[in-house]
Write a protein of this length. Structure first.
Length: 213
């Protein structure tokens, strides 16, 4: 995460690391060129493609940070190449805070969470809002898997830095789909037992009625 550390470890951050005794360990991440972007490897690409949502951080021209959740079906965030992510941005509450912030400051942070597996991936990037009319090819590609709703724009992010965060303190949470998948063997076994129970009850009833005759 060389580039990520060069972006995140500002002078102020390094001073705090010095004060807290973590400067030496943290400094190991600074080895390497400061301007060379981190690339999305196979693990990062697969992780992103498997998520159904992420948190998007932007900054206004007045310096205030803003966090918004973006969700959709798994794979709605498309990995175009080892440095580029994109998704079709659908209409929401029409405040357009994230979109407006990106116009003023392209710097963004993306936070992908997998609560069930207690994993998270942080990304620094440069975002660009693109119109459907000017980029019809990209619009068609992103329309393949996207969130439901009216697509208003395309969001493309050039990755600068990536970092896998510590899984500590991530409380496992599961979607309905994940719960159904995990309990499918149990529900199948329960159905088999109910069928067997019904068969035995029928057999017992037949024997009882036969004995009465």
């Amino acid at each position: 995460m060389s580039r990520y550390a060069h972006v995140a470890y500002t002078d102020s951050v390094r001073r705090v690391q010095e004060e807290q005794g973590s400067a030496l360990a943290a400094g190991r991440a600074l080895v390497g060129p400061a301007d060379a972007p981190d690339l999305l490897g196979e693990m990062e690409q697969a992780f992103i493609a498997a998520q159904d949502g992420f948190y998007l951080g932007t900054v206004s021209e007045t310096g205030w940070p803003y966090i918004q959740y973006r969700g959709g079906p798994r794979g709605f965030v498309h990995v175009l190449d080892e440095r580029t992510l994109a998704f079709a941005d659908v209409r929401g509450n029409r405040q357009y805070i994230s979109t407006g912030n990106v116009r003023a400051n392209k710097r963004v942070a993306l936070f992908f969470m997998d609560y069930a597996r207690q994993a998270r991936l942080k990304i620094f990037g440069q975002a660009e809002v693109k119109s459907l009319e000017q980029y019809p090819g990209l619009a068609e590609q992103l329309d393949d898997v996207r969130a439901q709703g009216h697509v208003e724009r395309l969001m493309e992010i050039r990755v600068e830095g990536i970092s896998w965060n510590c899984p500590r303190h991530i409380t496992p949470r599961y979607t309905v789909e994940e719960i159904e998948q995990a309990t499918e063997p149990l529900r199948s076994r329960l159905a088999e037992l109910e069928q067997e129970n019904a068969r035995l009850r029928s057999l017992l009833y037949d024997r009882f009625t036969s004995a009465e005759r």
